[in-house]
Every structure is written in C-alpha cells, then in structure tokens.
Design a protein around this ligand. Sequence first.
Ligand SMILES: NC(=O)c1ccc[n+]([C@@H]2O[C@H](COP(=O)([O-])OP(=O)(O)OC[C@H]3O[C@@H](n4cnc5c(N)ncnc54)[C@H](O)[C@@H]3O)[C@@H](O)[C@H]2O)c1
Length: 346
Amino acid sequence: MTEPVRVAVVGCGFFARNHLFAWKDLAAHGADLVAVCDIDPAKAEAAAREFGVPHWYTDMDDLMSSERVDLLDIATRMDTHGLLVGKAVAAGIATIVQKPFAPDWDAAVAMKQSAEATGVFLAVHENFRFQTPLQRVRNVVAGGAIGVPTWGRISFRTGYDVYAGQPYFYDEERFIILDLGVHTLDMARVLMGEVEHVFCETQRRNPKVRAEDTATIMLRHVSGAVSVVDFSYESRKLPDTFPETLLEIEGPEGSVILEPGLQMRVTRGDETSTTDVGAPLLPWTERPWHVAQEGVLITCRHMLESFRAGEPAETSAEDNLKTFAVVEAAYESAHTRRAAKPRPVP
Ligand SMILES: NC(=O)c1ccc[n+]([C@@H]2O[C@H](COP(=O)([O-])OP(=O)(O)OC[C@H]3O[C@@H](n4cnc5c(N)ncnc54)[C@H](O)[C@@H]3O)[C@@H](O)[C@H]2O)c1
C-alpha cells in the first residue's frame, strides 16, 4: 500500500470548490486533503467544514510551517501566483497552480525557472485538454484516423453570464485571451503542434468590460497546418453551448468534428460516424458546467499520478509556457496588426 499523498488547497473561492470536490473524490486514489487556506477566514473555515478538512489557515506560511504537505494546489487568481508559488517552491513543496499561470510572461518564466533550479514539481492546472470530449478528439487524432492534421478550427463562443461568478473580469487589463484563449490555444497546440506565428484581431463588445472580450486568431503551425481559434463572451445564439469547446480538425484521410451537444463526428473516406462524447454527471457536478467540472477531476488525477511517478505533468510549467508564448504573441499581433511569433521558452 503506497503512502497517501498529503494535499493542501490554497484559495477557497469560486472555482476552488471543483478542486475540493476533486481531491475528496481522489481519496480513493490515495489523496489526503489535509488543509485549506484562504486569506478570508470565513471562506477557509467554510471550505474546511463543508469538505471535512481537518485544518484551515489564513496564511500560507502558517500552513507550510504547521503541516507536512506533499502536493500544494494553488487555486487563487493569477496576481498572487508569483508570490505563493515562489514560497512553495523555496520550501521544496510540489506545486500545482491554476491558469492563467501569471499576469505576464516574465512572472511565469520566473516561476518555471525557480522550480527548475530547485528540482521541484511545478504544474499548471490547465484543464481543457483533460475534458472528456476533448480527450476523445485527441485520441482520434493521435491514433492517426485522419492523418496528420492540416487545418483546424477551435471555437468557444457564449453569452453565458460569466461575470456573475467572476466579477473581477470587468477590470482585467488583458481579458479573454488570457482567461479563455489560454485554454483554446493550448488545445490548438495539443491537436496541431507548436505554433510558428499568429495573426490576431480583438474586440471589446461589452462596454462594461475594460479589455477585449472577443478574439479571432489565425495560427500557422510549425507542421504547416493552419488553424483558426476564436472565442467570445459576447455571442448571442441559442442554444448557447457554454461551456463546450466546438472544433473541427481536417487531415488528408478525414476529419473530426465536435458538434453542439458534445457529439463527435469522425469521417474517414466515405464513412462517417457520430458518437456521444459527453462527460458523465457526477454527484457534485451540474449542467451546464459538468464537462468543465469533470475536467478538473481528471486534471487533479493526472497531477496526482505524475507527482507519484516522479514525472512532470503533461501541463508542466515548461509546457504551459509554450501556450503562454502563443497568448503573448496574440496580444502582440492585435497591438501591432502584424503577424507575431511565440517567443522561445528560456
Ligand atoms: N480552469 C478553469 O476552467 C477555471 C474556471 C474559473 C476560474 N479559473 C481560475 O481559477 C483561479 C481562481 O479564480 P476564482 O474565480 O475562483 O477567484 P476567486 O476570487 O473567487 O477566488 C480566489 C480566492 O483566493 C483567495 N486568496 C487571494 N489571495 C490569497 C492568498 N495570498 N492566500 C490564500 N488565499 C488567497 C481569495 O480570498 C479568494 O477566496 C483564477 O486563476 C481563474 O482564472 C479556472
């Protein structure tokens, strides 16, 4: 019997509930949720009570000095990541941090380099690529059914009121590319490979938000493939497909399409078939969020397994910086109105 992995969650806000449910479910896989922390004592205490966590803290330093933690899961917002990850890594604690990795490139690079220098496991909780429907598409593409992808479109368009749960969106200096695009651009890398350059147009369609709420990005991949990645929080269409990622990937032998309602259509030559690739509804997940919520569980399970195996996560700091470089290139292109290249990861 392997030793349980002692997990602590820092940040008990809006999205952390999914992490807390996931870690409780992963008790069956050897995760032991030993402590939670939030600078707001009411949130820390409420999370500890609801999820049966033995200890709660309002200061991560106190948590680290009082508890033996094997795996620290930081689910706070990006402006706090540099400080909190810096402390965890300096203490030699394996760490997972929510996306976006950081508000800017330099801060993300600094975290990656400090983890590398100390040999500490550092992963970003990038969860779209682990969602059940997207994993099913990945399997089709990786299995060679359509040949090497040559063209793709990855799309996430909604009018769902994302501001209700995340009111801080109104004031972000850089909004949807960093918040949502980071996921869909990550999927573009996963399905079509590394990116050579991008062209990006942004729009601010909701006058109440400070930054862009819509982006349309064209990517040339190193393989020669071309893709369009487009996303908006201001689409008005019924039925609204939130929070589904729709996509279409073409290759020389066929195509794979993810249609509304989580239906995957695979065409090969003259044959086509459609499969329901929806995520199961778990006791703690609810429509329409359940696909994203289950993705959190699968992501946390992957983190646990990677940490235990002594291997980097698929979404290691290094891997996530490659996606972050595409995000930065998109902002650069929108600003300069020229193609921009993702920078190399130092
Ligand atoms: N992966 C996804 O699909 C997804 C979806 C939604 C949000 N998120 C990400 O999750 C992160 C958190 O977002 P949210 O909407 O839950 O934010 P939130 O503001 O609701 O929660 C953040 C919590 O962190 C706490 N906090 C702040 N500084 C702290 C510190 N120094 N120590 C301990 N606690 C601290 C706050 O008090 C708050 O309770 C963001 O990075 C967001 O982008 C990811």
